[in-house]
Design a protein around this ligand. Structure first.
Ligand SMILES: [Zn+2]
Length: 279
């Protein structure tokens, strides 16, 4: 499953302008945030943010993607117009990916619904529909509405998290296991005998310094349904070095085991990165 995120406008086209903001800058701001969160365990790439796909028409290079999400902000001459929309081609029906994106945006903005667009209306939509790639365009909110933009900037990271949590069950563990996400570099040392590079019991408290997703297995790309925010803590009872990450394991409130990556390790099984402090 290869996912592409596209930031709308750019390359000299500012897009809509409102409340002191240029759409092209806002679309890049959010695309980077979404890539950071959705990219946890999934194969997510961002189309070159120095470019505007409408201008470069670089479609042939994008044939291998399965899912495309393009980010925009809406605008209207009426400053009262507000809310989020998901635009899809009228040649297909709304699917669970479209609905997941809309549902997450609808927690923050007035939900204007799925909007069917004539395929002649939107250049990228027309191309990707013809290429058979599942594509939708998110209008996060109205750049012309002062309150929408206030809500956006106060919640941008949480919006990215909520879209990620809504999409993970669709793109991750529960979807067709066609192409498992590759482990990131540095790649873990092949283990001899044991399933994990290192595994031991330890009781401690991990306090997260970054957003950390809870996986159902101590495995990069395993399914996840929620996350810890920076500053939150977990009491863990197990430490596992696997898939390039150092996981802590604990029993969740629902009785199942949860595993959280707290950093990375190198070929000497030494910690190189940390997303938490420990005591
Ligand atoms: Zn736009």
């Amino acid at each position: 499953m290869r996912i592409l995120l596209i930031a709308g406008h750019g390359q000299g086209d500012p897009g809509a302008v409102g409340n002191g903001h240029k759409e092209a800058e806002c679309t890049r701001h959010f695309t980077e945030l979404l890539a950071k969160h959705l990219g946890w365990g999934l194969d997510v790439e961002v189309y070159d943010t120095k470019q505007d796909l409408i201008q470069t028409r670089n479609y042939a290079s994008l044939m291998s993607y399965d899912q495309i999400i393009e980010i925009h902000f809406n605008a209207a001459s009426n400053p009262e117009a507000k809310g989020c929309e998901v635009l899809i081609s009228q040649d297909r029906k709304a699917n669970n990916v479209d609905n997941a994106c809309l549902g997450a945006l609808g927690k923050y903005f007035t939900n204007r619904g799925i909007k069917l667009r004539d395929k002649e209306g939107l250049g990228n939509m027309r191309q990707f529909q013809a290429m058979g790639i599942d594509y939708r365009l998110l209008e996060l909110c109205f750049i012309s509405n002062a309150n929408d933009m206030k809500v956006y900037f106060e919640n941008a990271e949480n919006i990215a998290k909520d879209i990620t949590l809504a999409l993970r069950p669709l793109f991750g563990f529960n979807s067709e296991p066609t192409s498992a996400p590759e482990a990131p570099t540095p790649s873990p040392t092949p283990t001899q005998g044991g399933a994990y590079a290192k595994h031991y019991a330890e009781n401690g408290v991990a306090t997260f310094t970054e957003s950390c997703y809870i996986n159902v297995e101590p495995k990069y790309g395993a399914n996840t349904d929620t996350l810890y925010n920076p500053g939150e803590s977990v009491n863990y009872d197990e430490v596992i070095y696997n898939d390039g990450y150092i996981w802590v394991g604990y029993t969740r409130n629902n009785g199942t085991r949860g595993y959280i990556a707290t950093g990375k390790y190198d070929s000497n099984i030494k910690r190189t990165e940390s997303y938490a402090t420990f005591k």
